[in-house]
Design a protein around this ligand. Structure first.
Ligand SMILES: Nc1ncnc2c1ncn2[C@@H]1O[C@H](COP(=O)(O)OP(=O)(O)OP(=O)(O)O)[C@@H](O)[C@H]1O
Ligand SMILES: [Mg+2]
Length: 380
C-alpha cells in the first residue's frame, strides 16, 4: 500500500507498506521531516527505515497481551500488525496515522478523538464474540500497548481506558486506585484511576490524558534522540535527552515519579510507562505526562508480603538505590499520607480474591514503606 505518514493534518513522508506484514518496505517523498516521530534516526535528510519500522510496528498490540490469541481468532486476523493498517494506525495516545494514496482521508473525519469507533476489537480482547457478522476493525484498541487486557470506550463523551488485572490476586486495578489517592495527597500530577467491577472482576478506568492537540512520547523514544556514552548513567542520559529536546520541568517530575514508585514498590516503570507530552502542531513540549500505569506494584503477585522486597525500574535495580537519584524532597510532606492505609484497606476490602490476612499485610507493608522513606529523608 502506498500511503503518507501523517501527523494530524500534516503530511510527513510517503512510504510503502507491505500488505501481508504491515512493515514499511520503502520510504518515498519527504514532506516535513520535523514532524517525524521522536527518536527516528535521520541520515542524509532521510529517516532510517529500520527505526521507522520499529516505531510503526511497536504501535501494534504486543504479542504478549493477555488473551490476544483468542481475540485474533474471534476477529479472524492472523497477527496484531495487520490490525494496524485496519485503523490507519490511528491511536488515542498521539496524532500519527497513515493516509492511503488511492483513497485519501481527512483527519477531521477519521480521528478517534472526535469520531465514533467500533468496540469489536475491544470486546474481542475481553473474550466477547462480536455480534455483527461483519466485524468492524476501526478501533483505537489496535494501537494500544501493554500486556494487561484493556479497551478504550466512550462514556459521557469522555474517552476512557478500561484495564484488567492478573491472577491470582487481580490486584493491579486496586493498586492503580490507591496510587492515584497517594499522588493526589502528595500533589503529584497523575492520571486518576478508579476501580469498577464486572462479573466479579476488578477493572481500572482512567480518562485519556492525550487531547487532539497533543502526543504522548514515551521515554523509550526520548532516550533515542542521542547516543548514550558508556560513562553516562541511564538517568543522566534521559535528563540529557529531555534537555536536548527542550522538555520543561523534567527533574522535579522525575523526582515525583521516583518517590511514588518507592512508596508503592513499583516493579515495572519501564521506559514505555512514562513519557512526555508535546503539541502535535507546533511541536512545543508541554512537559512530562501525568504519571500512569502504577498497577504492577504493592506486591501484586507476591504470596508473602515483604515491604523490603522492592525491585525497581528503569534507572536502578532496587528502589533503595533508585530513590537516591531524587534531587530534592522539599515538596514531600509525610503528613500528607496520614491514615492512607485506611483508604488502601477500604479498596482492598472490596476484593473477593484478597483475604483479610493479605489485606492486613499489604496495609502494614505500605505503612512501612512510607516510614522507610521518611527515615531515608531524615538520614540525608
Ligand atoms: N490515560 C491514558 N491516556 C493516553 N494514553 C494512555 C493512557 N493510559 C495508557 N496509555 C497508553 O497505553 C499504553 C498501555 O497502557 P498501560 O501502560 O496502562 O498498560 P499496561 O498493560 O499496564 O502496560 P504494561 O505492559 O507496562 O504493564 C501506555 O504505555 C500508553 O502509551
Ligand atoms: Mg504500561
Amino acid at each position: 500500500m502506498l500511503c503518507t505518514l501523517m501527523h494530524k493534518r500534516i503530511p510527513v513522508i510517503q512510504m510503502t507498506i507491505d500488505d501481508g506484514t504491515s512493515s514499511i518496505i520503502s520510504i518515498g517523498h519527504i514532506y516535513d521531516i520535523s514532524h517525524l516521530p521522536i527518536g527516528i534516526g535521520i541520515s542524509d535528510g532521510k529517516p532510517d527505515r529500520r527505526d521507522l519500522n520499529h516505531w510503526w510496528l511497536s504501535r501494534s498490540i504486543p504479542a504478549s497481551r493477555s488473551g490476544i490469541r483468542e481475540a485474533l481468532e474471534l476477529l479472524q486476523v492472523p497477527h496484531t500488525q495487520l490490525l494496524l493498517t485496519k485503523c490507519f494506525g490511528l491511536s488515542l495516545s498521539d496524532q500519527y496515522w497513515i493516509n492511503p494514496n488511492d483513497h485519501p482521508l481527512e483527519w477531521e473525519k477519521i480521528n478517534f478523538f472526535e469520531n465514533p469507533f467500533s468496540e469489536d476489537v475491544g470486546n474481542a480482547l475481553f473474550g466477547i464474540i462480536p455480534e455483527e457478522t461483519e466485524i468492524d476493525l476501526l478501533s483505537p484498541d489496535n494501537t494500544s500497548d501493554g500486556w494487561l487486557k484493556k479497551k478504550w470506550y466512550v462514556i459521557n463523551g469522555k474517552h476512557c481506558l478500561m484495564k484488567g488485572g492478573s491472577n491470582p490476586y487481580q490486584q493491579e486495578p486496586l493498586n492503580e486506585e490507591i496510587a492515584s489517592h497517594i499522588m493526589k495527597r502528595l500533589h503529584i500530577p497523575h492520571t486518576y484511576y478508579e476501580v469498577i467491577w464486572e462479573n466479579g472482576l476488578p477493572y481500572s478506568i482512567c480518562e485519556d490524558f492525550v487531547t487532539p492537540e497533543t502526543d504522548l512520547v514515551s521515554a523509550w523514544n526520548i532516550m533515542k534522540v542521542k547516543k548514550k556514552p558508556n560513562h553516562v548513567s541511564s538517568y543522566q542520559h534521559f535528563i540529557n535527552c529531555c534537555e536536548e529536546l527542550g522538555i520543561p520541568n523534567v527533574i522535579p517530575g522525575i523526582d515525583q515519579m521516583l518517590i511514588i514508585d518507592y512508596i508503592i514498590a513499583n516493579q515495572d516503570r519501564h521506559y514505555s510507562n512514562f513519557g512526555a507530552l508535546r503539541n502535535a502542531e507546533n511541536l512545543e513540549w508541554v512537559g512530562l505526562a501525568p504519571i500512569f500505569d502504577c498497577g504492577t506494584s504493592l506486591w501484586f503477585d507476591q504470596l508473602v508480603i515483604d515491604a523490603n522486597y522492592a525491585p525497581s525500574k528503569p534507572f536502578k535495580k532496587e528502589h533503595s538505590e533508585q530513590i537516591k537519584l531524587v534531587s530534592s524532597f522539599e515538596a514531600f510532606n509525610i503528613k500528607d499520607l496520614d491514615d492512607i492505609t485506611e483508604e488502601f484497606s477500604k479498596i482492598l476490602k472490596s476484593s473477593p480474591t484478597i483475604d483479610s490476612k493479605r489485606r492486613v499485610s499489604l496495609c502494614a507493608a505500605l505503612d512501612k514503606r512510607i516510614n522507610m522513606l521518611e527515615s531515608f529523608i531524615t538520614s540525608m
